[in-house]
Design a protein around this ligand. Structure first.
Ligand code: N01
Length: 550
């Protein structure tokens, strides 16, 4: 039976599938494995790309690599998988992470239940059948008891609506939709818009190849050196020997990183001591700079200023032209309140003769022209323009799908004033829809595979609970959702995060409601709350069996 026929459900018959999963990245792959191979459910994954890998399938821009370290930016659910896979370096490059996810798809025989090149267009909840009717852009229709969003938090590319873009005679690319065959920058005049994590990774690599690179910066960012290096056999053996302890530290840390939390204030040490701590962390490189220095960086502006000033000092030391150094030094947001970029030779790149920094805060981009682009201060002739302009984060990918819950309410309407969820897992009015790393969960503030595994396992346990009790419907209660949203906002308001115009609050998308989207309580506290909810018969959710409540 074709899926198109399968969608035309006979009255009284059950849905075609137990679950439809949208997306075959880190979340979707594990969800498929867990649902199909552990619970024995009938599942289909729809993936818009021509291959698996999600973020790591799409983001092929020059210099793309993970900002988390390889040995903990990976799955932990399979001991065998962990034992057989060997990472080559501290921060894996995009092709290596993609190979890892392809290996996972093959190793667990996942591909037979993944339909590639298929974008889900819409999903409507069938109230009588307690199931979702899902339709794809190819016109397929299928029904499933559960709809699982594994669309990722940073997948909807943000291409700003620049006037005249169609007139530009050169080539332009968004970093999150990078051509598979790569882009040859040799002998080209390249423009790059955006200096977030992506632009900061891409610029040094593009500059090394292009004739000239012009970087259009609206807001400078604080970047920390990655200190990437290849693993020696000895280093890898050391990591393997320590793996149990690494896992323990990950599960005990708020961010899901194997760093030991520090319990000291930046204000309780002398200037010399503080500087020595920052210097050591700068040498070590990576995210530890944020988590491993002081416990009040993200809650106390005075403490944060000490970090921000240290980094500005490093920028001044590195960048030879004082005016350029000044332009690269952030003063508009506290350090860490935007996702901190991790780089290789970013600031050094501005010492190259073939690199120019342009301040588009002072003189904004007015329009694209056939020969390049024009800012308020003049025209720049360019052969290639790279959009490192980020994503409609956390909600963009889900809202591209026409999702309709009870009474035909659309998710776009429900979230018009910002996303509302219970635990980031479910939305009141949208039964049997689960959102892996949805807004309102720690998600992007945590080492992603850790957040994903926790969500997948919680959702699967919940579905198993329902199955063994003959329950067909689960829906977040509105009051539980309201309380959770209040809690998420309250925790955010206790920090400095709201002081930044970041994608965490949707500030990068014109017209997007300003709401702090991820949950800042940390994954330890969050996991505890989710487990408590489950142990109290899924408190805050309403569970039903064929129309009658549990
Ligand atoms: O996107 P961003 P990203 N005119 O939104 C600028 C993850 N990630 O792709 O700051 C001019 O951070 C914008 O300026 P402003 C990571 O979580 C991970 O870099 O809005 N400029 C900003 O400079 C990261 O945080 C990894 O003023 C415009 C830039 O474009 C997230 O993805 C690697 C503009 C966008 O920065 C997103 O990072 C890369 C306009 N109209 C990314 N619109 C790793 O794990 C936007 N900008 C390694």
């Amino acid at each position: 039976m074709s899926s198109q026929q399968a969608g035309s459900q006979q009255p009284g018959a059950g849905p075609d599938l137990d679950a439809v999963v949208i997306g075959a990245g880190f979340s979707g792959l594990y969800m498929l494995h867990r649902m199909r191979d552990v619970l024995g459910l009938k599942v289909r994954v729809y993936e818009a790309g021509d291959g698996v890998g999600g973020t790591w399938y799409w983001n092929r821009y020059p210099g793309a690599r993970c900002d988390c370290e390889s040995f903990y930016y990976c799955y932990s659910f399979s001991k065998e998988l962990a034992e057989e896979w060997q990472w080559t370096s501290r921060y894996p490059e995009q092709p290596e992470i993609l190979s890892y996810l392809e290996h996972v798809a093959d190793r667990f025989d996942l591909r037979r239940d993944i339909q590639l090149s298929t974008r889900v267009a819409g999903a409507t909840f069938d109230e009588a059948g307690d199931c979702w009717e899902v339709c794809t852009e190819n016109g397929e229709r299928i029904t499933a008891r559960f709809l699982i969003s594994a669309v990722g938090c940073l997948s909807a590319a943000n291409v700003p609506d620049f006037k005249g873009l169609d007139d530009f005679r050169g080539d332009w690319y968004h970093t999150g939709l990078w051509p598979h065959e790569g882009v040859d920058f040799s002998g080209k005049r390249v423009g790059q818009i955006g200096t977030g994590s992506t632009g900061i990774q891409a610029a040094p690599v593009i500059a090394a190849q292009a004739e000239h690179l012009t970087i259009f910066q609206r807001t400078p960012n604080f970047s920390i050196p990655a200190r990437n290096r290849r693993f020696t056999p000895e280093k890898w053996a050391e990591i393997k020997a320590d793996s149990r302890d690494i896992r323990r530290r990950i599960l005990e840390s708020a961010g899901g990183f194997p760093y030991v939390a520090v319990d000291r204030s930046a204000k309780d040490v002398s200037d010399e001591e503080r500087r020595a701590i920052y210097e050591q962390l700068w040498e070590d490189g990576g995210f530890k700079f944020l988590w491993g220095s002081f416990n009040d960086i993200l809650i106390d502006l005075e403490a944060n200023d000490t970090t921000a000033e240290f980094i500005r000092g490093k920028i001044r030391e590195t960048v030879k032209d004082p005016e350029v150094a000044d332009l690269l030094s952030p003063t508009d947001h506290p350090y860490g309140t935007k996702r901190p970029p991790i780089d290789t030779d970013y600031y050094e790149t501005y010492n190259r003769d073939n690199v120019t920094l342009v301040d588009v805060r002072k003189a904004p981009i007015v329009e694209f022209t056939p020969r390049g682009l024009r800012t308020e201060s003049g025209e720049y002739e360019l052969d290639i323009i790279v959009f490192a302009t980020g994503f409609d984060a956390m909600t963009g990918s889900l809202l591209k799908i026409d999702i309709r819950g009870l009474g035909g309410q659309t998710l776009a309407d429900k979230w018009a004033d910002g996303p509302r969820t219970y635990l980031g897992l479910q939305v009141a009015g949208f039964p049997n829809l689960f959102t892996i790393t949805g807004p309102g969960s720690p998600s992007v503030l945590v080492n992603m595979p850790v957040a994903i595994e926790q969500h997948v396992e919680w959702i699967c346990d919940c579905i198993d609970h329902m199955r063994t009790r003959g329950l067909r419907r689960i829906e977040a209660k509105l009051d539980a959702e309201d309380e959770w949203v209040d809690h998420v906002n309250q925790v955010a308001s206790m920090t400095l995060y709201m002081k930044a115009n970041s994608w965490y609050v949707g500030a990068n998308i014109p017209g997007k409601k300003r709401v702090f989207m991820p949950y800042l309580g940390g994954q330890v506290e969050y996991r505890k709350r989710c487990d408590e909810v489950a142990s109290k018969d899924y408190a805050g959710f309403e569970l039903r069996s064929g129309g009658s409540r549990q």
